[in-house]
Ligand binder design. Structure first.
Ligand SMILES: *Cc1c(COP(=O)(O)O)cnc(C)c1O
Length: 382
């Protein structure tokens, strides 16, 4: 763990987001908290600990490694679902720990059934079907043989879910593609049911689909970005404002990221600042050094672009972002000392630096910025 910055996780903000989501989706829809990518940078262990205490009962991860980390915290007090990667050798672990897994290919399905037979315990499966994203999922032409196989092996698995994923529900440009996926899913669902294979949960929606296409909510929604208080896209936010009566953002950012001033110096007019010559002092300037760089997840694309908050001022990053340091212009701050707080994401006095603002300065998505935050930064729940 390094001590040049820390991340605060705001419990109240999370609880208020979760409350909003529960109210919005209604009692009949189970919400799975998606904590892949180190809980979108919030830190999988502290985040899951907090979410569990706040009443979350279902977590979704990408791979088995993340599932193990979640399992260490929840210990059977919540369900865990692996949506992506698991080695066949880890399937017995999943079965023994009641972790459910996606299957999207015959090979993994067969390995799962084989492990279940060996352990004498049913494997909990989510059958993922291809509906138009063309990533993972059983293809339409595989479905008859899949159904035949599942009927034969019915005693060895629990049909936990029938699922799919939409190819960009956050953007209205994908409207027809998503609509076709919804129709395709519905057709497939009927086909499974007609064969006596009824899944416990129908689940297809991420945050954007759940908000923009309410019919995709079904029995469970898989919510990542919104529980952290961020919208999947500006369109999803605008869409919500248009359909809701209250014209305010119901979400609150959970994360803040803070560091300190490490050093301060004066630079005279005409000097280049930092590596190379991407920034030249146009007048006499005062510069603060902040011990944060791309090694900690502050992207190099924010060179000469980023903003930080110091002593109630919004200050500009100047020059290139280094591996472990950045330089900021503090010329207008009269009183500044080594050790003063630097806010990289979050509030200071009445100024705010949002996660979304990073995508205005660079091509970073909310998602990408957050998941790049180094695992070495301590996370503190407040
Ligand atoms: C990441 C992910 C989600 C959650 O997406 P958000 O946009 O963060 O809500 C849902 N489903 C799958 C399959 C995912 O990989």
């Amino acid at each position: 763990m390094h001590d040049n910055s820390f991340i605060e996780i705001n419990r109240e903000a999370f609880e208020s987001n979760w409350q909003f989501l529960k109210q919005h989706f209604g009692k009949k829809v189970l919400i799975s908290s998606v904590v892949k990518g180190n809980a979108y940078g919030h830190g999988i262990k502290p985040f899951v600990t907090m979410a569990l205490e706040s009443g979350v009962t279902h977590f979704s991860v990408f791979d088995c490694n993340e599932a193990r980390q979640v399992n260490e915290v929840v210990k059977n007090r919540a369900e865990i679902m692996i949506m992506g990667w698991i080695e066949n050798t880890s399937i017995p672990w999943a079965i023994e720990n009641n972790v459910s897994i996606y299957v999207f290919e015959k090979k993994r399905l067969e390995a799962s059934i084989k492990s279940a037979k060996k352990l004498g315990k049913k494997v909990m499966l989510h059958i993922e079907i291809e509906t138009g994203m063309n990533r993972t999922g059983f293809q339409p032409k595989e479905i008859s043989s899949l159904i035949k196989y599942l009927k034969k092996e019915q005693d060895h698995f629990i049909f936990q879910g029938l699922c799919t994923h939409y190819a960009g529900a956050e953007s209205i440009a994908n409207y027809y593609r998503v609509r076709n996926q919804i129709a395709q899913y519905s057709k497939m669902y009927d086909r499974f049911c007609a064969e006596g294979l009824t899944p416990i949960l129908r689940h297809t929606a991420c945050s954007a689909a759940a908000m923009m296409y309410p019919e995709t909510c079904m029995d469970m929604v898989r919510i990542g970005i919104m529980q952290y208080g961020l919208w999947p896209s500006p369109e999803a936010f605008v869409n919500y404002l248009n359909v809701s009566k209250k014209r305010i953002d119901p979400l609150r950012r959970v994360i803040s990221w803070k560091s300190k001033v490490m050093s301060i110096r004066k630079v005279t007019q005409g000097q280049f600042i930092g590596y190379g010559n991407s920034y030249m002092a146009s007048e006499n300037m005062k510069i603060a050094v902040v011990p944060i760089g791309y090694a900690h997840g502050y992207s190099r694309t924010l060179s000469n672009q980023g903003r930080v908050l110091i002593n109630g001022y919004r200050c500009q990053v100047i020059g290139t972002i280094n591996m472990n340091m950045m330089l900021v212009d503090v010329s207008e701050i009269l009183i500044i000392h080594i050790g003063d707080e630097v806010v990289l994401i979050g509030r200071q006095d009445n100024l705010d630096l949002s996660v979304a603002s990073f995508s205005d300065f660079s091509n970073l998505l909310n998602y990408e910025l957050l998941t790049r935050l180094s695992q070495e930064i301590p996370r503190i729940i407040i």
